[in-house]
Design a protein around this ligand. Structure first.
Ligand SMILES: Cc1cc2nc3c(=O)[nH]c(=O)nc-3n(C[C@H](O)[C@H](O)[C@H](O)COP(=O)(O)OP(=O)(O)OC[C@H]3O[C@@H](n4cnc5c(N)ncnc54)[C@H](O)[C@@H]3O)c2cc1C
Length: 404
């Protein structure tokens, strides 16, 4: 541990937050040659059976894979990936669920490879925790967090929770939806609440997923199944199940047998019998966007900048688009990453993309969860229109993959 009486440590980049986004940011800046320090009060949980294990999965889309290759961490992650060849959308109504229509979007229509690659979040953390310490120029410091910030035009002076101080050219806030750095920089947020919660867990099922991700719509919100490797010889998927808050909490507390029966019905019987294969985690669903993405010597990325409902794999993929933009700008201003001009460009470019994406996901969520007959018709016809008109289909698939 550093001695608080010694002079401040000097780095190029200080990353506050070692969630998946913060760890990848530290890896990216280090691999690019910037002296980088990452701090987080909580070490990563790298198993799937602890109360605080992250049971979500992340479907990394092609731009994320390109970034991982550039940083040199794809080799460590790739053996744990399940490729996503297609996205199948099934529209249902009523209980038991009746299928109204379904459409499949093929990844290879937009390039000669899968749409993306799915990983359990705790597995990503485990692999990053192993790989990132080997990247030159990176120091990961756990048990210590960001406390306060003082900036001037040439640098930021950060005080950490153990009293030590760090001088940095740029502070990268990757410290989550309640970001302490964002707050210290005086940046407000706009939050939309939907009264929805999402369950995240792993399940096995009788019928194979064939590397196709399936979203089953019904009022309340989508039931999304993203392919995983087999568990004990049975096909398995990571599931995100959005519902009104009270019903989601009821589902969280159902005994496993009863939960399995409700889940099998909710999946419209498409995968045969379904069985819980992990604990169940619950998340409130919000849209939250920071009013600005930068202030003097500070850049805000990932959930510190935007939390979105888990629809269309936009969350962490949007975060990696933030990082790719910030890294490219820092590389173009290598002698002084974090100048006002550089951060203005970052903030403007990314806020534009994030705001558009947040509006689309918000609208999509309102339409897909609605109990109104009219909106349920909009959902049905919207799906047909988006899929069946080729130029629209191509545009939507491209927009899902990269900045818009
Ligand atoms: C149900 C659900 C499913 C999802 N599925 C997908 C998906 O399929 N694809 C996708 O792209 N996205 C998905 N997302 C979004 C994605 O999971 C999040 O964007 C991502 O996990 C958030 O990562 P983060 O690193 O930004 O924040 P966090 O994981 O919240 O990390 C923030 C870190 O900051 C640290 N911290 C806190 N205080 C301090 C401090 N004072 N100093 C330093 N560090 C601090 C915390 O300890 C934490 O480690 C989903 C989200 C939900 C809710």
């Amino acid at each position: 541990m550093s001695d608080p009486s010694t002079s401040p440590q000097t780095v190029d980049i200080l990353v506050s937050g070692g969630g998946i986004a913060g760890l990848i940011a530290a890896a990216a800046f280090g691999a690019s040659g910037f002296r980088t320090l990452m701090v987080d009060p909580t070490p990563p949980v790298v198993t799937g059976d602890e109360a605080s294990s992250d049971l979500r999965s992340t479907a990394f889309l092609r731009p994320a894979r390109d970034l991982f290759e550039k940083i040199g961490i794809w080799e460590a992650l790739a053996p744990h990936a399940t490729p996503l060849e297609a996205l199948r959308i099934v529209d249902t109504v009523g209980r038991p669920a009746t299928i109204r229509t379904e459409r499949q979007f093929e990844g290879r229509e937009t390039g000669d490879e899968p749409f993306g690659w799915n990983f359990l979040n705790w597995v990503i953390r485990r692999e990053l925790a192993r790989a990132v310490p080997d990247i030159p120029n990176v120091e990961l410091r756990y048990g210590v967090g960001f406390k306060s910030l003082l900036t001037r035009s040439s640098e930021a002076m950060v005080t950490l929770t153990d009293g030590t101080m760090v001088r940095a050219k740029l502070v990268v806030a990757a410290d989550g939806r309640d970001s302490p750095v964002r707050e210290a920089a005086g940046i407000g947020v706009k939050t939309t609440r939907y009264g929805q919660k999402s369950l995240a867990f792993t399940a096995t099922h009788d019928l194979p997923h064939n590397n196709v991700s399936t979203e089953i719509y019904r009022e309340g919100g989508p039931f999304t199944m993203v392919p995983l490797p087999d568990i004990d010889g049975k096909p398995a998927s990571a599931i995100v199940w959005m519902n009104k808050g009270a019903y989601a909490t009821e589902l969280l507390n159902l005994p496993p047998e009863a939960f399995n029966a409700v889940m099998t019905e909710r999946a419209a019987g498409l995968f045969g019998e379904m069985k819980l294969a992990s604990g169940r985690a619950i998340f409130p669903i919000i849209t939250r966007v920071a009013e600005r993405l930068a202030s003097e010597r500070v850049a805000i990325i990932a959930e510190a900048a935007h939390a979105l409902p888990p629809i269309g794999a936009q969350g962490l993929n949007t975060s990696l688009n933030d990082l790719a933009e910030l890294l490219a700008l820092a590389e173009a201003h290598r002698s002084d990453p974090g100048t006002e001009a550089m951060l203005d460009t970052y903030a403007r470019t990314r806020l534009n993309d994030i705001s558009k994406r947040a509006r689309v996901v918000d609208l999509f969520n309102r339409v897909t969860r609605s109990e109104s007959d009219i909106l349920q018709m909009v959902r049905l016809w919207g799906l047909k229109a988006v899929h069946d008109v080729k130029p629209v289909r191509m545009k939507v698939m491209q927009a899902g993959l990269g900045p818009i």
